[in-house]
Design a protein around this ligand. Sequence first.
Ligand SMILES: [Zn+2]
Length: 72
Amino acid sequence: MIIFADCQDIRKMAVIKEIDCPKCGAKNGIEVFERDSQTIGDSVCDQCEFTIPEGVVLEVYLDGLYEKDKKV
Ligand SMILES: [Zn+2]
């Protein structure tokens, strides 16, 4: 369950990260908002519209993507 506190509170604790898109490789193509090590909202690539969903741990999610690549 997610309980939203005061908006300013969320902003204070949020971290913004720019990452390379795992799909099209765009440099800093995706701006990810992170709080408590979990993503906030959908993060969409500017170029290919690849989307990282809300509520995932970024590193784990990206690791999962690369794992899939290896199997194929
Ligand atoms: Zn992309």
